[in-house]
Design a protein around this ligand. Structure first.
Ligand code: FES
Ligand code: FES
Length: 215
């Protein structure tokens, strides 16, 4: 021990130093609270009334306006078929239909959907009354863990509708004559990631539904 750090010589102890530091911090905090220039903590967010029409049922909710449609569906309505993968628009697990169009529900605020027709995987079909696309995914083993599957199915149903309406994709060569192909399916479904890589089976399921199979 050197001369200056010996408490017997300096009269300074470790306990005394710590107590002094704590008092200094407390004093600084007190000053910060008293200083009108220091921002005060944000008040608790207000809620707003929102009416969501989901799978044909109207739900009246009060939500923080920052709540995403995905969180409203899962946390407030208990519709946990819609999955949260990345929560920032990169995986497609949260895909639902809004007025028949597919969207990533993690990128959309619930308050933006007052009066919209929202359809989740539960609204497409249920055990005993599956949507043809759900039945095709089962038939072709279009999943392994199943986490991406609700998003894949919602996306593929809307994608086929887009195709039938003549909406082109990045790989469409002839805008006058859009040919259904695996390449078209893969491109149009590229926003839905499958970590289990069940892609060949997913494409097979979609092909069958497009061809009118799997009732
Ligand atoms: S959870 Fe919405 S895109 Fe991944
Ligand atoms: S089936 Fe596992 S992520 Fe697609």
């Amino acid at each position: 021990m050197d001369q200056d750090s010996n408490p017997k010589r300096t009269g300074v102890t470790r306990r005394g130093l710590l107590a002094g530091s704590a008092a200094t911090v407390a004093l600084a905090n007190a000053h910060a609270l008293a200083d009108p220039a220091t921002p005060s903590p944000a008040p608790a967010p207000a809620t707003v009334p929102v009416s969501l029409n989901v799978n044909g049922t109207k739900h009246s909710l009060k939500l923080d306006p920052r709540v995403t449609l995905l969180d409203a569906l899962r946390e407030r309505l208990g519709l946990t078929g819609t999955k949260k993968g990345c929560d920032h628009g990169q995986c497609g697990a949260c895909t639902v239909h809004v007025n028949g169009t597919r969207i990533n529900s993690c990128l959309s605020l619930a308050v933006m959907h007052e009066g919209d027709e929202i359809t989740t995987i539960e609204g497409l079909g249920l055990p005993g009354n599956l949507h043809p696309m759900q039945a095709a995914f089962v038939k072709h083993d279009g999943f392994q863990c199943g986490y991406c599957t609700p998003g894949q199915i919602c996306s593929s149903v809307a994608m086929l509708k887009e195709f039938d309406q003549g909406v082109p994709s990045n790989v469409t060569e002839d805008l006058e004559n859009i040919v259904f192909s695996d390449e078209e399916v893969r491109e149009r479904m590229s926003g839905n990631i499958c970590r289990c890589a069940a892609y060949p089976n997913i494409v097979a399921a979609i092909r069958e539904v497009h061809g009118g199979g799997v009732a």
